[in-house]
Ligand binder design. Sequence first.
Ligand code: GLP
Length: 245
Amino acid sequence: MNVQIVESPAKLDTVGADFVAALIGSKPSATVLVATGQTPMGLYAELGARYRRGEIDPRSIRAIQLDEYFGLSEDDPRSLYGWMKRSFVDPLGLDPDQLVRLSGDELDPETICRRYDEAVRDAGGIDLSILGLGPNGHLGFNEPPSDADAPTRLVSLSEESIRSNGTYWGGQDRVPRQALTAGMNVLLRARNTLLVVSGAHKREILRRTVHGPVTSEVPASYLQDAANVTVLADRDAWPEDVTFN
Ligand code: GLP
């Protein structure tokens, strides 16, 4: 794992955007998996600003959805695709044919997941996965315990995820109880991963992610064994006693 610690959330946004911009610059047709959640929002806003200034060219990238609540209508304000569209797809001017989505209201969950995996494969796999860190160590909605082979699937959300997601939608009652998630077996195959982590409330789970045993109880800990993982954390999130070289 590469670790980069920055002074502030604002710095996380610009350094994270530098990272994504460099990848898109070196591979204009890159496939980029895009997490929602609060942490990468400033990074995406920074990318949008760079696009408007003509500093990056995302016309040939493919954007891949990470997860989605199950059973919401397309236009439900809580849709994670809707969040991805507002924060990443629209600010970067992406067209629908540049997207790989994890949804399909009319289909059963297994078919949605199988089609998603095929679409990711057909796109050539994931060049860059931009991930946040769940408060319980989940990636996407791979709730503990999830092992490295956990496939793309329908999951029931843990109490902890319902609580943390409640902050997005004005209360836990507003959080759907089930979700679809890209599998660990998809995420761990990404050619590059950028894990963005911000705030003191993430410090303990970040410690277990980068320093603890590799275990299905902390799904993000499998990133210790994955290729080309960069952990980008602000100082509040980084456990001071953990050193990295
Ligand atoms: C959520 C999502 C993840 C997200 C993570 C961290 O539950 N399922 O995709 O990356 O938790 O969210 P945040 O960045 O808001 O802390």
